[in-house]
Design a protein around this ligand. Structure first.
Ligand SMILES: NC(=O)c1ccc[n+]([C@@H]2O[C@H](COP(=O)([O-])OP(=O)(O)OC[C@H]3O[C@@H](n4cnc5c(N)ncnc54)[C@H](O)[C@@H]3O)[C@@H](O)[C@H]2O)c1
Length: 591
């Protein structure tokens, strides 16, 4: 097939336009750059020259390639020059009237077959297309910043865009070394549609003082492997930009979860727009700097001293119990691993030994360290053995009746002053606490799976947890080389409360036939740098587990937008639970 669009005009050579112009020239295309005035055109050309010189300095391109590339780009300020292009990409500021006027002018100037693309992030492509007499040849091409590193392009079709035009635009994107995903004309498209709702919830979580900005960000980085926490990302994107995108999303969806959190409006009104102004959710060393100045002072609020923990009891014999026992033993704490029956306890210890062995073979642990850790773990078959320990961590079945019974038992056995912790991920910690006569000693320690590898622990204090118990657990987390974050006792804690609504939104997007499983996964991985797409993650976590968490969140907050997507319920009902059953959102045909 002939290369689509041999000559491309780019109108508006700011952050995005300059990047798109260089990417198009790099693919060997002639590029006609158009700016608003002679002055801004000269500045734009200087920026392109500088950016490409930087690419040479970084060895991304050679000096010859740079010269060839620059020879392909012309920059001027007469819109009429666009008449020579096969494709015009608009990258002017995000204002509907400006874009509509520009498209009307381009429609007059360009031959009938020229394709016109808008770079809008959140405006309606359809409304922009309606300013022309050729809406079938208008579409959105949403590149990501910085264009030279971000591989994703959302190719946005309106109901009027001709399929061939969208296909040519996708082929053009591929030719630029990008990965196109197809999206319909809806505020936010795929990536921002999923990302901004999540960012908004994180802002609301911070605003309600449920957790600090450092803890929210650390939880999402360490709990989900995201490259950046949501509040740091809002500061990077710009609080004003985020608010505008959310406003546009809300206008279309009327979903309260898209209504910008009030804190965003307050920050904007105060001129605290994020990194670019030196302050947003964080304070930076200087405007434009990425270095925060308040991180060091966080968490230094006066705390009461903690209790001493010399030895630990772990209840349970499953994956989490075994992993948690390993964490404590490796940090030098004697651990009693208590299960229902000696055989179960012995098997749990054997699994723990296997895990330590794998660490040795991977060079992460010496044989001496393995032996020392193993010697600290004693499997026991009854909870009465836990009478003398300073801390008990419970990791038995995720069933409130089972947990309450266990806590009532521990209450009778364990010495006064011991800390009693639950690892529950979806049950109220307070319900475990009230099964005892000492709710002040009960706290949540939400480890992540696999516990030895995942650094995050959500430390969940109830309204009755004694302050020194919270300190004890925070200090203990540090002693076992985990990163604790503090939050209150409400459904989902930090990570699940932010993660699962996002996964649910992705399912809804699929259910509405807005985009495909592959396109959504690709978009989130390439557009946000996520380690997995939402459907990959759902298949790994298990659709049944995900549905339960979503139901718990919906039950707690009664937010209509949090209701589990019917498609997820249907798949669970059909027994498609993800990898564990061989089929979930994808077919994991067992080889
Ligand atoms: N910055 C991002 O992270 C990002 C990411 C994806 C998409 N977008 C979208 O890309 C588009 C461009 O954003 P940006 O960040 O590059 O903006 P920008 O402000 O950096 O650049 C806009 C450029 O357009 C020029 N311009 C203004 N009016 C013009 C006119 N009438 N004719 C020609 N040029 C004109 C300005 O001089 C400026 O150089 C917006 O729609 C934005 O929403 C931005």
């Amino acid at each position: 097939m002939e290369r689509p669009f041999p000559t491309v005009a780019v109108v508006g050579l700011g952050t995005m336009g300059a990047g798109v112009a260089v990417a198009a020239a790099k693919s060997g295309r002639r590029v006609i750059g158009i700016e608003a005035t002679a002055d801004s055109a000269a500045r734009a050309l200087a920026r392109i020259e500088e950016a490409t010189a930087h690419a040479v300095a970084r060895a991304r391109i050679t000096a010859e390639e740079r010269a060839a590339l620059l020879a392909l780009i012309s920059v001027g300020h007469a819109l009429e020059a666009a008449a020579a292009a096969d494709l015009v990409i608009e990258e002017v500021p995000e204002q509907l009237e400006l874009k509509r006027e520009l498209f009307a002018a381009l429609d007059r100037i360009c031959p009938a077959e020229t394709v016109l693309a808008t770079g809008t992030t959140a405006l309606s492509v359809t409304r922009i297309a309606a300013a022309t007499t050729r809406p079938e040849r208008v579409l959105g091409l949403h590149f990501f910043n910085p264009v030279h590193t971000m591989k994703l392009v959302e190719v946005v079709r309106t109901v009027l865009t001709a399929p061939q035009v969208a296909e040519d635009a996708a082929a053009f994107s591929r030719d630029l070394g990008k990965e196109p995903v197809a999206a319909g004309d809806r505020a936010g498209f795929v990536v921002n549609g999923l990302l901004f709702a999540y960012l908004n919830q994180a802002a609301a979580m911070y605003e309600s003082r449920y957790a600090t900005q450092e803890d929210i960000d650390a939880a999402m980085r360490l709990g989900c492997g995201l490259p950046m926490g949501p509040l740091a990302l809002l500061d990077l994107i710009g609080v004003d930009t985020a608010r505008t995108v959310l406003e546009a999303m809300y206008e279309q969806s009327r979903d309260r979860l898209h209504a910008p959190a009030p804190i965003l409006g307050q920050l904007v009104a105060a001129g605290l727009l994020g990194r670019k102004t030196g302050r947003g959710f964080y304070t930076y060393e200087a405007p434009g700097s990425s270095r925060t100045v308040d991180a060091a002072t966080a968490g230094t609020a006066a705390r009461v001293p903690g209790r001493e923990v010399r030895d630990v009891g772990v209840c349970g014999s499953g994956t989490m119990a075994t992993g948690i026992a390993e964490v404590f033993a490796k940090a030098g704490y004697p651990v009693l691993l208590a299960a229902r029956g000696q055989e179960k306890a012995d098997r749990a210890k054997a699994r723990l030994a296997g895990s330590l062995e794998r660490s040795v073979s991977r060079g992460r642990l010496t044989a001496d360290q393995r032996d020392a850790a193993l010697a600290l773990v004693t499997p026991v078959d009854r909870y009465t053995e836990l009478a003398g320990v300073d801390l008990v961590v419970e990791a038995v079945a995720e069933d409130l009746a089972v947990k309450r019974e266990l806590f009532a038992t521990l209450d009778k056995i364990v010495k006064p002053g011991a800390v009693l912790a639950t690892t529950t991920s979806s049950l109220p910690v307070i319900s475990c606490a009230t099964a005892t006569s000492r709710p002040q000693d009960v706290i949540g320690m939400h480890f992540f799976n696999p516990a030895p590898a995942m650094r995050l622990v959500e430390v969940v204090s109830t309204v009755l947890t004694a302050p020194d118990v919270t300190t004890t657990v925070l200090e203990l987390c540090a002693a076992v080389r985990k990163h604790p974050v503090e939050c209150g006792d409400r459904a989902g804690f930090i990570v699940n409360a932010l993660l699962f609504p996002y996964l649910n939104d992705a399912v809804r997007m699929l259910q509405e036939h807005y985009a495909t499983v592959d396109d959504i996964d690709t978009a989130m991985k390439l557009g946000c740098g996520y380690p997995m797409g939402p459907f990959e993650l759902l298949d790994v976590v298990g659709l049944d587990v995900s549905l339960t968490i979503e139901q718990v969140l919906h039950q707690e907050f009664r937010e209509p937008g949090l209701a589990a997507a019917p498609l997820l319920e249907h798949l669970v009902a059909a027994g498609c639970l993800g990898r564990k059953t061989g089929r979930g959102f994808r077919d994991h045909a067992r080889r």
